[in-house]
Design a protein around this ligand. Structure first.
Ligand SMILES: C[S@@+](CC[C@H](N)C(=O)[O-])C[C@H]1O[C@@H](n2cnc3c(N)ncnc32)[C@H](O)[C@@H]1O
Length: 376
């Protein structure tokens, strides 16, 4: 942990992130998003860049593609009109989703943009010899399908608060390279990030002590993807809400959470680098970013409804014909329950699909019966 903080410290001094500052006592104060960036992605030390196991039953959390290949098969089937032009997956984790999509549609052009070199190496091991290409940056033009499952929630967010008639930004203090164990609060008008002040002012309710997150970096990623879409759809799957629910007066402590060995807690300063730090998604913000970049909202639906409309039942039936033994069959049905039941991932997780061109229009028609984009 000390190494991670030294690195965050050195990076902050070298790269001078917008908003880093030194207080009167000589402590370096990093905006929360810069701290989260180091805690998750500092080379060799951050949670996603070091050797933690992370995914699956023996890791810290389970994602939908880790639960069952039916998730990837359903996407491969339901997005069939666009997918033959190729897939670009953002943040492919262990490679589970790519493996199940490539199994369903062998020979597909499949590209991955992955931030973590350690995870990229794992994906290469798992997916060989499939002809997958790993990219360093987004291509100029994207046709086909972009998929990002649980990526937006792993993008460093800012933590903001309304108190004493003004807005504040959470900062993490390092004194002589040592992490101070409490978040500190800096008046947001002192932030060099003018956009942040605007986001806090326009999104947070003016309730004393109300604390939540905004994620301009995730919005910027959605914008960059959508600017590049040709004949294509982009599918963002994650936990979150429309803005009205995200900043509901009752959700006064925000959504920031840490995951380790299937336990959740709410102190991001407890073990940086050793556990996942994540926040829910304001899907209204993501849809607005997409529309700003010239894309249209194709569909916004709960994961349960979206998977059913994309053909999950057909995929269950097809898997049932594979002569599964009773145990494998029960496991499959249990995974389907987790993906779709409202008390599990079915309702909290949402699917936002945006896009351009004929493929977007065809998919909008296919998903019209489950679309709830009016709630955004
Ligand atoms: C919670 S994991 C999800 C992994 C996988 N999609 C799954 O569902 O199992 C988040 C993933 O997003 C990657 N990631 C985060 N920010 C990214 C970005 N800006 N571009 C590409 N990948 C990113 C992380 O390295 C990691 O692979």
């Amino acid at each position: 942990m000390a190494h991670l903080l030294e690195l965050a410290h050195a990076r902050a001094q070298r790269d001078e992130p917008a908003g880093a500052s030194v207080d009167a006592g000589g402590a370096l104060e990093l905006p929360f998003a810069d701290f989260m960036d180091a805690a998750l992605y500092a080379p060799g030390l951050g949670y996603y860049s070091a050797g933690q196991h992370k995914f699956g039953a023996s890791g810290d959390f389970v994602t939908a593609p880790e639960l069952t290949p039916l998730f990837g098969r359903t996407l491969a089937h339901g997005l069939r009109d666009a997918i033959d032009q190729g897939v670009l997956e953002l943040g492919a984790g262990s490679g589970a989703l790519a493996a199940s999509i490539l199994e369903a549609r062998p020979g597909l052009i499949y590209r991955i943009l992955e931030l973590s070199p350690e995870l990229e190496a794992r994906q290469r091991d798992r997916l060989a010899p499939a002809p997958v290409e790993w990219l360093r940056t987004l291509p100029e033009r994207i046709d086909g399908v972009v998929i990002a499952n649980e990526v937006l929630d792993a993008i460093p967010c800012d933590v903001v608060r309304h108190a004493e008639g003004r807005y504040w930004q959470a900062v993490v203090a390092l004194e002589n390279g040592r992490l101070m164990r409490e978040l500190r609060w800096r008046p947001i008008e002192q932030s060099e990030q003018a956009e942040l002040a605007e986001l806090a002012r326009t999104r947070l309710p003016a309730i004393e002590g109300y604390t939540s997150e905004v994620n301009p970096r995730a919005e910027a990623l959605v914008r960059s993807v959508c600017e590049r879409l040709g004949e294509a759809v982009a599918v963002f799957i994650d936990y979150g809400f429309p803005r009205r629910e995200y900043y509901h007066p009752d959700r006064s402590a925000g959504t920031l959470a840490c995951h380790r060995r299937h336990q959740v807690h709410f102190d991001p300063l407890a073990a940086p680098g050793l556990e996942d730090i994540t926040a829910h998604i304001d899907f209204t913000a993501m849809a607005e970013a997409a529309v700003d970049a010239g894309a249209e909202v194709v569909c916004y639906a709960s994961q349960g409804r979206a998977l059913l409309a994309l053909g999950l039942v057909d995929q269950i039936a097809a898997a049932g014909q594979d002569a599964l033994d009773a145990r494998a069959h029960a496991q499959m049905l249990s995974a389907v329950h987790r993906l779709t039941a409202p008390s599990e991932m079915g309702e909290l997780f949402k699917v936002l699909i945006v896009g351009r061109g004929a493929v977007a229009r065809i998919l909008a028609e296919r998903l019209a019966s489950v679309d709830q984009s009016h709630r955004l």
